[in-house]
Ligand binder design. Structure first.
Ligand code: RB5
Length: 146
């Protein structure tokens, strides 16, 4: 299951991503929003919650640049979000970082490229091995809420 969300700046791109997922019969949950204006942290938090509660395995967050979504998502427990503007980064953030949230900017990437980035992200598996140790080191930096 993929959880997707966008703010007002990327509502159009979110529809394109939804169409791609439907065409390819990839299950997704749409967490909005069609409100304008909207606050990207609210949407980012909702998508990340879908991952942490087990509803979804991957998330897609879209805003104007992808950056606000990514910054917010990376403050959520268990989330490894990456902004991608081309397919090389999408491939390697899966292979090496085990990224679980893809962020893109609707004002940065065209719709066709965004779909190719998403396709690459979803089709690439984490390599594990020496990268697992590094991901574990990264995740150990999460501040305990206790
Ligand atoms: C909204 O204007 C814009 O700030 C937002 O979509 C995003 O780009 C923030 O990072």
């Amino acid at each position: 299951m993929i959880a997707i969300g966008s703010d007002h700046a990327a509502a159009g791109l979110r529809k394109v991503i939804q169409a791609y997922l439907e065409t390819n019969q990839i299950p997704y949950v749409d967490l909005g929003t069609d409100e304008a204006p909207s606050d990207y942290p609210v949407i980012a938090e909702a998508v990340c919650a879908a991952l942490t509660d087990g509803t979804a395995e991957m998330g897609v967050l879209l805003c104007g640049t992808g950056i606000g979504m990514c910054m917010t998502a990376n403050k959520c427990r268990g989330i490894r979000a990456a902004v991608c503007t081309e397919t090389y980064s999408a491939k390697y953030t899966r292979l090496h970082n085990d990224a679980n949230v893809l962020c893109m900017g609707a004002r940065v990437v065209g719709e066709g490229l965004a779909v190719e980035i998403l396709e690459t992200f979803l089709q690439t598996r984490f390599e594990g091995g020496r990268h697992q140790r590094r991901v574990d080191m990264m995740m150990a930096l999460e501040v305990s809420e206790d």
